[in-house]
Design a protein around this ligand. Structure first.
Ligand code: SME
Length: 197
């Protein structure tokens, strides 16, 4: 039996590369994370996110790959984005278990981050007033607002167009290191914010 070394997706579905080499396009998008500390992993991840989205103008494609890269690099329980649509946040690209579709302004950790225009770090979601439970496995959470046309000092007054939401299945899993690097990633999303979602 032929050893399975790789797969590709073609118009006829997923096939072994060895069997249909003429039909395959092998995509080059991939990331490799080095380091053992979370800081080292973020340092390794961020330039790769930049490379991943460079040259692609499609907003959803870039957000999707960025979310996938964070999940792959950091192995968080849930990583996703909610877009501001009217008075709600609406679920966008994510990786992890299925999640709440809509969150109202000011509600839950996500709606609070949107309302207060600041990163929310919650060490224990059970004691956050109004926390919205999407999965009982989620124990701690960080939500980073994404600003349209943000200034470098991330000053108040800029319009929030989305929030980056990350859940952990461990208590107290986020600290200032996560906040620092995830805010940098959220700023990358801002660069594509003028694209119609
Ligand atoms: N816990 C969030 C809801 C979204 S999920 O965690 C994916 C909140 O309280 O806003």
């Amino acid at each position: 039996m032929t050893a399975i070394t790789n797969f590709c997706v073609s118009s006829v579905g997923v096939k072994l590369i060895e069997q249909i080499p003429h039909l395959c396009t092998i995509m080059s998008e991939s990331i490799t994370i080095s380091g053992t500390t979370r800081k080292e992993k973020y340092e390794s991840l961020i330039p790769q996110i930049k490379t991943l989205v460079q040259g692609e103008s499609d907003f959803i494609a870039n957000i999707s790959n960025s979310v996938g890269a964070i999940k792959h690099a950091m192995n968080f329980f849930w990583v996703g984005i909610y877009f501001v649509k009217g008075n709600d946040l609406v679920l966008g690209p994510f990786q992890g278990p299925v999640a709440c579709t809509r969150i109202a302004f000011g509600k839950g950790v996500c709606g609070t981050s949107w309302k207060e225009k600041k990163t929310m770090m919650v060490n224990d979601v059970q004691i956050f007033p109004g926390h919205i439970v999407c999965s009982s496995d989620s124990k701690s959470e960080i939500v980073v607002p994404c600003f349209k046309n943000a200034r470098p000092d991330r000053s108040i007054g800029e319009e929030v167009f989305a929030v980056l939401d990350i859940d952990s299945d461990k208590l107290n899993d986020f600290d200032e290191t996560d906040k620092f690097y995830l805010e940098q990633i959220a700023e990358r999303f801002n660069e594509c914010a003028n694209v119609q979602i």
